[in-house]
Design a binder for this molecule. Structure first.
Ligand code: IMP
Ligand code: MG
Length: 185
């Protein structure tokens, strides 16, 4: 998907080249929003926005959601537990009862799928009717666990991307277009 001779940007120690313009991204966001509007009409879904990466995507997506819905921002934090529990992941920002509700997780990118698998299992404990996953990017062939991305924006190769909310060591989230690392890592 790399465009030769395209616009470049340097983030920290790496050079990135333009992969998708804001305009191209928005055209796809429009289509994804329409799919969600059709699928959840009449069911007042709760959109769970995954911080930090999905903030820009979510902002453009929810402006195109025309059905009644609710929006909440969540974060999966991880900290070191005891030697026996190892790394513990905790979901913060969930409030209210989701029993029997349709949930749409809004994520920036699915790579191994471990983050979405963890989210799925944490949410299932709360008794929702359905948990759907909406991710702007999905890395082709990178899934290590069996999860389904119900609403996907773009399938990309196994390459590192930055911009439009996605970061490289916390930098580059503010770029309005999407860039791919030059020389593939
Ligand atoms: P997973 O748990 O392996 O699916 O990883 C998902 C998370 O890794 C995303 O929410 C991103 O925060 C991060 N991530 C994976 N690939 C990229 C990338 O190419 N650029 C920026 N962040 C990425
Ligand atoms: Mg993320």
């Amino acid at each position: 998907m790399e465009k030769s001779g395209g616009k470049r940007v340097r983030v920290l120690d790496r050079d990135f080249v333009l992969m998708l313009s804001e305009e191209e991204i928005l055209a796809r966001v429009d289509a994804v929003a329409k799919e969600i509007n059709n699928e959840f009409l009449g069911s007042n879904p709760l959109l769970l926005i995954m911080l930090n990466g999905a903030f820009m995507f979510a902002s453009d997506l929810v402006k195109r959601i025309t059905i009644p819905c609710e929006i909440s921002f969540v974060k999966l934090t991880s900290y070191s537990g005891t030697a026996s529990t190892g790394k513990v992941q905790e979901l913060i920002g969930m409030n209210g009862d989701i029993t029997g509700r349709n949930i749409v997780i809004v994520e920036d990118i699915v790579d191994s799928g471990l983050t979405m698998q963890k989210m799925g299992s944490l949410l299932e404990e709360l008794g929702p009717k359905r948990v759907a996953i909406c991710s702007l990017f999905v890395k082709r062939g990178a899934l290590q666990v069996p999860i389904t991305v119900d609403f996907a924006g773009f399938e990309i190769g196994n390459e590192f991307i930055v911009g439009y909310g996605l970061d490289y060591n916390q930098q580059g989230r503010n770029l309005r277009d999407l860039y791919v690392v030059e020389g593939n890592k």
